[in-house]
Design a protein around this ligand. Structure first.
Ligand SMILES: Cc1ncc(COP(=O)(O)O)c(C=O)c1O
Length: 394
């Protein structure tokens, strides 16, 4: 039997290209490609397994405790705030007081609240490094800010001159995301230092988006910006990422007291408090965490290596990720056409890197694959990507 996805390729591909007039339409198209029968979705960044059993068991038990079904305190359950503080002290030696922790309804909400905390009437500019996590743009818009993009240099390295060029008198803060979505960079100590110096020089706040802080691959170290720039940094994380529970929508922000109060005020207006029984589940998972995160980062690294080999064999040049949920590769042809061709030829769906830029780059030949799936899912993708895979299907 011929691969199902080959037959409808040409007319659909032409029609698709004509419809792609905006990024929104593009995401819709990618979702459609991922939902086709036989598709192997390597586009979207969510796990295909259940996530922390400790967290799930504790949340199930919490549902039978009457008080844990009512509003949580605005800044989060005391027990969760304690476990967050213990976790940062244990993992990095970073200490926070209780009023420097705000539990939020997702990393995304933490991002909006953190940006709001940085803004004044005169200063609403946000320097972001391109390519960037796509929902950063709506977060800035929701907070009432203006994006000021600064492109990463060749090899996705931090470019201090580009950061300085992007900032002006209206800049309130800059966002540093490490490990980085979409590139898989884990910024080095030197790069973190350069970013911190930039924030000091421009006299602005920093928002350190570290939602992938647990997923750091061998040979790399996660450097917390706050450990270099504590007095100006709001650090963000996400239980959804740490414990593979992206549907739970529990995150947090850590910041010096005055900034944390502003984050808390913004959070009160946005969602008031995060879901109580799920906070209990996250508290138990943090308490039990031994730094291995159930072996999930190990699997993601293994997935990256398998996928890199399969993509290299297909002629792509892979940028080896240093951490996070994603892997980028150069396909040496216009990226959107490649995405569609690959989907129709193999079933494997990836994402053109251009959607992670405010202005698409001149060299639009890069694509992003997710690695945050089970080994079995990634193995299926690798088999489908093998240059002679169609032989096995006929
Ligand atoms: C870089 C980055 N920051 C923040 C978030 C938001 O995290 P959450 O799922 O907890 O809202 C994501 C989610 O994909 C992300 O990739």
């Amino acid at each position: 039997m011929r691969p199902l996805l080959r037959t409808a390729a040409r007319p659909l591909r032409r029609a698709v290209l004509m419809r792609l007039s905006s990024t929104g339409a593009l995401w819709t198209k990618l979702n459609e490609l991922g939902a086709r029968p036989g598709a192997i979705n390597m586009g979207q960044g969510f796990p295909d397994f259940a996530g922390s059993a400790v967290a799930r068991d504790a949340a199930k038990a919490a549902l039978d405790v009457p008080a844990l079904n009512q509003y949580a305190p605005i800044n989060g359950l005391a027990e969760l705030r304690d476990e967050i503080r213990n976790f940062y002290e244990r993992s990095y030696g970073s200490t926070y007081d209780d009023d420097e922790v705000v539990v939020t309804t997702s990393g995304q909400e933490a991002l909006v609240a953190a940006l709001k905390a940085c803004f004044t009437e005169e200063r609403r500019g946000v320097v972001v490094m391109e390519p960037f996590y796509p929902f950063l743009a709506p977060a800035i818009a929701a907070a009432g800010g203006v994006m000021q993009p600064a492109r990463l240099g060749h090899g996705f390295v931090l470019d201090e001159a580009a950061l300085d060029a992007a900032a002006d008198a209206t800049t309130a803060c800059a966002v540093l995301n490490t490990p980085h979505n979409p590139t898989g960079r884990v910024f080095s100590a030197t790069e973190i230092d350069a970013f911190a110096s930039f924030c000091e020089r421009q006299n602005i706040y920093a928002v350190a988006d570290e939602v992938y802080e647990h997923a750091v691959f061998p040979g790399r170290t996660h450097h917390r910006l706050a450990d270099r720039l504590r007095d100006r940094t709001i650090s963000l994380s996400s239980a959804g990422k740490l414990f593979s529970l992206t549907g739970w929508r529990v995150g947090w922000a850590l910041a010096p007291r005055d900034l944390a109060l502003k984050v808390s005020n913004a959070h009160t207006a946005l969602t008031y408090s995060a879901p109580t029984p799920l906070q209990k589940g996250v508290a138990e998972a943090l308490k039990a965490e031994d730094g291995s995160f159930d072996g999930v980062p190990f699997t993601f690294h293994r997935n990256a290596e398998m996928l890199a080999a399969a993509l290299n064999a297909r002629g792509l040049d892979v940028f080896p990720p240093e951490g996070g949920y994603f892997l980028c590769a150069n396909c040496h042809e216009p990226a959107m056409g490649f995405v569609e061709k690959l989907a129709f030829d193999t079933g494997v769906v990836c994402t053109p890197l251009s959607v992670f830029y405010a202005t698409p780059p001149a060299e639009d030949t890069w694509v992003r694959f997710t690695i945050c799936k089970s080994a079995a899912h990634v193995d299926r993708a690798c088999e489908a990507l093998a240059p002679d895979a169609w032989l096995n299907k006929s």
